[in-house]
Design a protein around this ligand. Structure first.
Ligand code: NDP
Length: 484
């Protein structure tokens, strides 16, 4: 039996697979617009059961030596490796991703959980840390303790992978979890339940509830039985989760959107600049929180770079994931297709200068395909320059000085990522220090190794995922001060 047969249409609650009792929801293949499965939404009562299970499992799980938790986590990644082909196929079918990108999602998930399993081993050694100070008669030490049962609300652009960024540190820290996948892409995230089952995780440590944001997501974010909600998605929904968490002062981790810039200076290698600029906005059909969708180019090289960009655009092969040689798939959902094509309509209304693309992909009768699109000389006031589009749409503006480039790059409510392309290392360092962004790339493709940090400045979010900062996000610090 394949991974999909086991998990389809189900929720994983207290170690058991259970059907939802709410509205019946279709899961759509974005390449064909046909349903590939259905599930019944998890009601608020089922969410309540899952939160209760996570609370009951918490004392036992958090009391385990961290190294033992790490052993369970490594068994989970072994289960994922055993089902690798099934998971890649599900990711391609449900998200429309090219095989290479789908494989990278699953491999990235395994790497992330393994990385935090290694951190769990270290955690035991740091449990009780003396604090150095000199106050006669006093001594203090700190303990790191798991936050408690936590909830994850997940997006549809990188199912499984974004969950691993939350699940790895949470399990390593000793938290128990309730996961809500996106209703658009529930399959591979629901496999976390199967991985937990195959690894023999105690019942209730990991639970999965499937449903819409309005019903299942809201029930989770409002639930008083959780100590933290970790969310990745839109700034709009992030704000409503923040409000819900305020009710009982829950911790929150918010990884929200972006409008990330690429800055190309006059000394840049233009071939590299063209490749990185399009890669940054074409990966996953542009549906990335860190998509570098604002291209700021020094005025002296704009024309030469634009020519190279158009060559890169022409090399894109749109297609379904099973098409030989395809390099870009459809958008993940009808809602996202409507949003991106809506921005192409706005561009026409605003009279933007479209150099290539600009519409629906006419070669496809079905599927959520849009043309990779390039707009030149986009005014700062344009909605396409200001708002997150989340599609393969790149907008160009020019600058004449370094100061101007930095000011323009920072002139946004977001601050997730930024990319600098220059052959001058001193300039790269100087500019990186002034950019308001959680992760700055210099002359390299956007990569997010689990050892680095991930998260944004300003309205791109609150908190950091990955690395030691990600683990700290699921730990409470307790200081014990005693008489010496
Ligand atoms: P949302 O932020 O609405 O969805 C993300 C998750 O939140 C989903 O699991 C969704 O559930 C859930 N959710 C929605 N409403 C609530 C709520 N009131 N309470 C709790 N959970 C909720 O994003 P969309 O799917 O609507 O995408 C819209 C835009 O958001 C995109 O175009 C893009 O700009 C941005 N986005 C950013 C992402 C990032 O990586 N930072 C990822 C995804 C989107 P469900 O989908 O199941 O209904």
């Amino acid at each position: 039996m394949g991974a999909r047969d086991v998990i389809i249409e189900k929720n994983f609650c207290n170690g058991k697979w259970v059907q939802g009792t709410g509205a019946r929801i279709a899961v759509i293949n974005p390449s064909t617009e046909q349903p590939i499965g259905h599930f019944n939404e998890a009601s608020a009562e089922l969410v309540d059961d899952a939160v209760r299970a996570a609370n009951e499992a918490f004392p036992g799980w958090s009391a385990l030596p961290a190294a033992e938790r790490a052993t369970y986590m490594r068994k989970m990644t072994a289960a994922i490796r055993d089902h690798f082909e099934d998971l890649v196929a599900m990711q391609m079918e449900n998200c429309g991703k090219p095989r290479g990108e789908a494989e990278a999602d699953i491999n990235g998930s395994v790497d992330c959980i393994d990385y935090f399993a290694d951190r769990a081993d270290e955690l035991d050694a740091r449990r009780q840390t003396p604090i150095e100070y000199d106050i006669p008669g006093y001594r203090s030490s700190t303990r790191l303790e798991p936050m408690g049962p936590v909830g994850f609300i997940l997006p549809w652009n990188f199912p499984m992978k974004i969950c691993s960024w939350k699940l790895g540190p949470a399990l390593a820290a000793g938290c128990t979890v309730v996961i809500k996948p996106s209703e658009v892409t529930p399959f591979t995230d629901t496999f976390w339940g199967r991985a937990a089952e195959l690894a023999g995780l105690p019942a209730g440590v990991l639970n999965v509830v499937n449903g819409t944001g309005a019903v299942t997501g809201a029930a989770l974010s409002e639930h008083p039985g959780l100590r933290k909600i970790s969310f990745t998605g839109s700034t709009r929904t992030g704000k409503s989760i923040m409000k819900a968490a305020a009710e009982d002062v829950k911790n929150i981790g918010l990884e929200l959107g972006g409008k990330s810039p690429t800055l190309v200076f006059e000394d840049a290698d233009l071939d590299l600049a063209a490749r990185l600029a399009v890669e940054g906005v074409f990966y996953n059909s542009g549906q990335c929180c860190n998509a570098t969708c604002r291209l700021l180019v020094h005025e002296s090289i704009k024309d030469a770079l634009t020519e190279k960009l158009i060559e890169e655009y022409k090399a894109v092969v749109l297609g379904t994931p099973d098409t030989d040689g395809m390099t870009m798939g459809p958008l993940a959902s009808k809602a996202q297709y409507d949003k991106v094509t809506g921005y192409q309509d706005i561009a026409r209304e605003e009279g933007l200068n479209c150099l290539i693309g600009g519409g629906r992909a006419a070669a496809f009768n079905t599927g959520y395909f849009v043309e990779p699109t390039l707009y030149d000389d986009v005014p700062k006031s344009s909605r396409l320059w200001q708002e997150e589009i989340f599609g393969p749409v790149l907008c160009i503006r020019t600058f004449s000085t370094e100061e101007e480039a930095i000011a323009e790059a920072n002139d946004t409510e977001y601050g997730l990522a930024a990319s600098i392309i220059t052959e001058d290392d001193e300039r790269a360092e100087r500019v990186a220090a002034q950019l308001e962004a959680g992760h700055v790339y210099n002359n390299v493709s956007v990569a997010i190794p689990p050892q680095t940090s991930w998260g944004g400045f300003k309205q791109s979010g609150i908190g950091r995922e990955l690395g030691p900062w990600g683990l700290a996000g699921f730990l409470e610090v307790k200081t014990v001060t005693s008489r010496q």
